[in-house]
Write a protein that binds this ligand. Structure first.
Ligand code: TYM
Length: 382
């Protein structure tokens, strides 16, 4: 790999190179989740989550403040989202599963944004019809996670712009082109839809306050690639009369191929919710691992779980039991467990998970309206 390819680039639209999370936190100016803060969140939630314990959700902005408010009896809302540029992969599910845990634990509303405008503006060659079709399909994956229909509102930017535009207008006036260029790296070739877009992604952070007329804290769970949006959103929040939204940020589930990202340009690099069981098995058996070149070497020197995509899959989703994971790691490092065997163990777990997900996804087809943000139109306090 050339040095250029290895250089770390993390923006909301591109993740490239080897991600150094310590450097990223410094570059973005987010905070690390300390053991004390983790403990506070766990206590308030009434139980722990392995994604937090394993430091896969590892960084934040203002999470301590949200908990201060919560201790004083002020509840928060949740906000997360999806840009419908392709099928949903396992990486996307990670922040959503964590969001579901937060919704269940805190019994709170979730605003879920579907950015059908963003993906049309940012993806060359993607027609609006295709974006809409992907949005319809991606929404099934979201509903399949099991969010509470009474407390979950799926906002499609284009269809629900009437609920969003007033806030977007307020945000847009406070963000200069020079800020947008510096934060998002826009250049002169960016279409003006893209330049305006960050004001739309800011909106759901304030939507609950706008609807109810009561300033309400908002917590945004997502991977760290979205952080530049929250920097801008937090900067304008108080100027337009709202609380700064807080965030809780995860690392990325690495791709199955060497060097790492799940990328739609190489379908073998990720497992998608629409993959057949045979294809899932094939992808896992072809995955990059931390194994040695020969069985003899592996028996003698052991594997390297920290660079292994199979181990990451276990760690992020498929082995929530800490003891089981520690045992797997021990056997891998000790050369007791070979990569082939480990893959054989992972494949049925992924297939089974996906079968459940697919069933829930099919059932969701009848239930889309239950989650629609159209219901919010009746709530506008005016
Ligand atoms: P999108 O559709 O690229 O990603 C959806 C969510 O998945 C996270 N993510 C990952 N998490 C773990 N491992 C990975 N490999 C991985 N790849 C992506 C993203 O951080 C995101 O949380 N512009 C946004 C849509 C959006 C949004 C939001 C996202 C609108 N409002 C609020 C989060 C929160 C987008 O295109 O996300």
């Amino acid at each position: 790999m050339s040095e250029d390819n290895d250089e770390m680039v993390v923006t909301p639209w591109e993740v490239r190179g080897k991600v150094d999370y310590d450097r990223l936190v410094e570059q973005f100016g987010t905070q690390l989740i300390t053991p004390q803060l983790r403990e506070r969140l766990t206590r308030a939630a009434g139980g722990s989550h392995f994604l937090l314990e394993r430091e896969l959700f590892f960084s934040h902005r203002g999470l301590d403040w949200v908990l201060d408010m919560y201790d004083r009896g002020v509840k928060f809302t949740l906000y997360t989202g999806r840009g419908p540029s392709g099928e949903v992969h396992l990486g996307h599910l990670v922040p959503w599963l964590f969001t579901k845990w937060l919704q269940d634990s805190f019994d709170t509303r979730l605003y879920f944004q579907i950015t059908n405008d963003e993906k049309f503006w940012f993806e060359q060659g993607l027609s609006f019809e295709k974006v809409q079709q992907l949005a319809d399909e991606n929404i099934l994956d979201i509903i399949a996670i099991g969010f509470d229909p009474e407390k979950t509102f799926i906002l499609r930017d284009v269809e629900h712009i009437d609920l969003m535009y007033e806030i977007a207008v307020q945000v847009a006036k406070r963000v200069t082109f020079s800020t947008a260029r510096a934060v998002f790296g826009f250049d002169n070739s960016m279409n003006i839809g893209g330049i305006f877009y960050p004001s739309i992604q800011a909106v759901p952070a304030f939507l609950h306050s706008w609807l109810t007329g009561e300033r309400t804290p908002c917590l945004i769970p997502c991977a760290i690639d979205q952080d530049p949006h929250w920097r801008v959103t937090r900067d304008v929040a108080e100027k337009i009369g709202y609380y700064k939204p807080a965030t809780v940020l995860s690392k990325f589930v690495p791709g199955l191929l060497e060097g790492g990202k799940m990328s739609s340009s190489d379908p073998m690099s990720g497992v998608y919710t629409t993959d057949t069981p045979a294809l899932i098995r094939k992808k896992i058996m072809a995955a990059f691992t931390g194994g040695r070149t020969t069985v003899k070497e592996q028996r003698e020197m052991g594997g390297v779980p920290e660079v292994c995509s199979v181990f990451s899959f276990f760690k992020f989703i498929f082995m929530p039991n800490d003891r089981e994971l520690a045992e797997l790691e021990r056997k891998c490092r000790g050369g007791e467990l070979l990569c082939g065997e480990c893959k054989q163990m992972l494949a049925p777990r992924v297939v089974e998970f996906m079968e459940h997900h697919r069933e829930a996804r099919e059932e969701a087809r009848e239930r889309v309206h239950e989650f629609s943000a159209s219901r919010l139109r009746e709530e506008i306090r005016r």
